[in-house]
Ligand binder design. Structure first.
Ligand code: ZN
Length: 257
């Protein structure tokens, strides 16, 4: 199978790095969105999806997902294979930014063992600490067993639009936008692309920000931000907004949305 790749411009590629479909209803098919951004520091990968080791030795949580969802589990969806099929070398990815450290967002870290990993300090602390809530069970320790170099961030008082944000050390501009709730250190990532801002809100909102999710469920699983993020999207139609999990149509359409 060809990797599912959509290029928004020459500067940013939208990759599906883990397909996860509902059993019922079967039409609910999603991919896990990772951004591959061309910057002055080389390629910056935002989230990784699953990695080669997840296919070779399935984690307990992945086996649990296999029971409750339909997973094609195609290793061609790994970020490292898609980077290669885009014509780059894996070593061209020297920097990885994480929205959060759940298994479906950072499983690919071991495929880029040399890469520096940029994440909010609170998120790494939550990952390494004792589980405090059921969503912490989606942290898989072995995914950082290779001991990557971390660049950790905390709030600085800066803002991106009307939101507290932390500037990342790349050009074009990239910002970590704290959106706590899904996990204790979860952040969105804003990227200035050739065609304008792209705001990836990770798992702070339901699929495409549009999927119907009861308020109590969204709040429990995704955190409190969905209404505010929808209002921000309505106020800024010029900004492309994506979520950590997007309908497969988004990737198949080649441009998203
Ligand atoms: Zn998550």
């Amino acid at each position: 199978m060809q990797p599912v790749v959509a290029a928004q411009s020459t500067a940013i590629h939208l990759l599906n790095c883990f397909t996860c479909n509902a059993r019922v209803p079967a039409r609910l098919r999603t991919g896990t969105l990772c951004l591959l951004v061309e910057t002055d520091c080389g390629l910056v990968l935002v989230d990784t999806g699953l990695g080669e080791a997840d296919y070779a030795h399935k984690t307990a949580i992945l086996r649990a997902f296999q029971v409750v969802t339909r997973l094609p589990l195609n290793p061609d969806e790994t970020a490292v294979r898609q980077v290669v099929s885009l014509g780059y070398r894996p070593e061209d990815v020297q920097e990885i930014v994480l929205t959060h450290m759940h298994f479906d967002h950072c499983g690919g870290l071991p495929d880029f063992p040399w890469a520096r990993v940029h994440v909010h300090r609170r998120e790494l602390e939550a990952f390494q600490g004792r589980p405090k809530r059921w969503t912490d069970l989606a942290y898989v320790r072995r995914q950082i067993a290779h001991k990557p170099e971390f660049a950790l961030y905390s709030e600085t008082g800066e803002r991106w639009f009307d939101q507290a944000a932390i500037r990342l050390p790349f050009a074009p501009e990239m910002w970590l936008v704290p959106l706590y709730g899904h996990t204790r250190g979860h952040c969105g990532v804003a990227v200035r692309t050739e065609s304008g801002w792209h705001f990836h809100v990770g798992d702070a909102g339901p699929v495409g920000l549009d999927a119907y999710t009861p308020d109590w469920l969204a709040r429990a699983v995704l955190g409190p931000h969905t209404p505010r993020l929808r209002a921000f999207r309505d106020a800024h139609p010029e900004i492309v907004m994506t979520t950590g999990h997007m309908w497969l149509d988004f990737f198949e359409a080649g441009l998203g949305g």
